[in-house]
Design a binder for this molecule. Sequence first.
Ligand code: UD1
Length: 350
Amino acid sequence: MRKIKIVNIVGARPNFVKIAPLMKEIRKIAKFRPFLVHTGQHYGHKMSDVFFGDLAICHPDVCLGVGSGSQSEQIAKMMIGLEKVFKKINPDLALVVGDVNSTLAAALVSAKMNITLAHIEAGLRSFDRTMPEEVNRVITDVLSDYLFTTCPDARYNLEREGIAKSKIFLVGNVMIDTLLFFKRKAEKLNIVKTKFNLVPKEYALLTLHRPSNVDEPVVFENILKALKIISRDIPILFPVHPRAQKNIHARKFKKYFLNVMINSKFVLTDSGGIQEETTVLGIPCLTLRKNTERPITITEGTNIITGIEPNMIIREAEKIISGRAKKGGNIKLWDGHASERIVKILNDKL
Ligand code: UD1
């Protein structure tokens, strides 16, 4: 029997977290032959290899090794590489996740080669086109044949942009599949004490990597000023992304992130995925951005958008420290089974 060839494209950190449960489910279906292509957008041991090990993702079939560069340079290199790979594999379906440059490059090449395209995490919108990810989301969605969404507002965004209802499937959140799968293992670790000498629930966790925050010296300095004031009341643990690292010359990057997140009192972040993960874990989250493409984490979860003004960041942090943290609830379909639902739909349709 000729197998249905599914080429899965990843490139950056959040992609690895999302593809892990999907690859596992795709492999269970005998008629599917999955391929994994890594563009090499992220390449360092701590930005890439560590995820393949920890999340037990199979070795990529192809690594393009494009590396860092300006966005256009990076996307162009990926497109040239992906076209060659797709010609060789001749896939029936290309599957992309999230909103990074690798997602966009793969979507463009698939569309140009008339390859059916599935986009996981479709329809999220910050409505801020200065964010590189927003451009990637809009274009990837318009080119996709199957659009798998995490929440109802994503469907609303897509329909408003003219995407046919029949292409949209509300399935839940694959990143939460990974989160819930690893939660129990992570809870057993003791690294908060042994590695960082901190007490559970008596520290805050910070992640910061958006160009609009860390590449803008005034914004970055303001945020750091706010953090300095907050850290008088509570220690702040900061695993540093290379983009931020370049700008503050910090030296250490810490792993075991999930355990550290579970044990934190609250999280300060400009990440997209962490807004969702903290909601599922019930941990208060302050998002140091002016907007979010994940509004459900505000209306139903533990997330608060503080903006980037120090006073607002400090005010919201103080509320949490003084015991007045926002409480959230469960989000429908963020239950650890989104990948199963996606692969069942693909199995029925292909
Ligand atoms: C990318 C994604 C962003 C995602 C983030 C997660 C886009 C447009 N942005 O941003 O959505 O939230 O990944 O991390 O795709 N670098 C290293 N080692 C690496 C990779 C990068 O040192 O393995 C450094 C390089 O100096 C590079 C910089 O980090 O220039 C930024 O990397 P890049 O992939 O361009 O963007 P991110 O900020 O990581």
